[in-house]
Design a protein. Structure first.
Length: 88
């Protein structure tokens, strides 16, 4: 990121989210795959889609599971490159 002094700086961060999924039987899995929904998902399921019926609980950031931990990215921008947020 470019900081306020117009210098490049690198930052690393990680977000951990635990997803609890109920046990699926072979028919559930076969039927879910047949929908096509899991075929382009990194984790093999879409928490925001059909698979949500098998997810009774998550601990952590929902957006991390969907694909991008938005609150973490926002905090990093606010800390390292607040000028980027001023343009929004």
């Amino acid at each position: 990121m470019w900081n306020e002094s117009n210098e490049w700086q690198s930052r690393d961060a990680a977000e951990i989210t635990m997803v609890q999924m109920t046990m699926l039987n072979e028919n559930d899995i076969r039927d879910y795959v047949a929908t096509g929904e899991p075929m382009d998902k990194a984790g093999g399921y879409a928490i925001q889609g059909i698979a949500s019926r098998w997810i009774p609980r998550i601990e952590g950031c929902y957006f991390n599971v969907v694909g991008l931990p938005v609150p973490l990215v926002y905090r990093m921008l606010r800390e390292c490159a607040p000028q980027a947020l001023a343009e929004l």
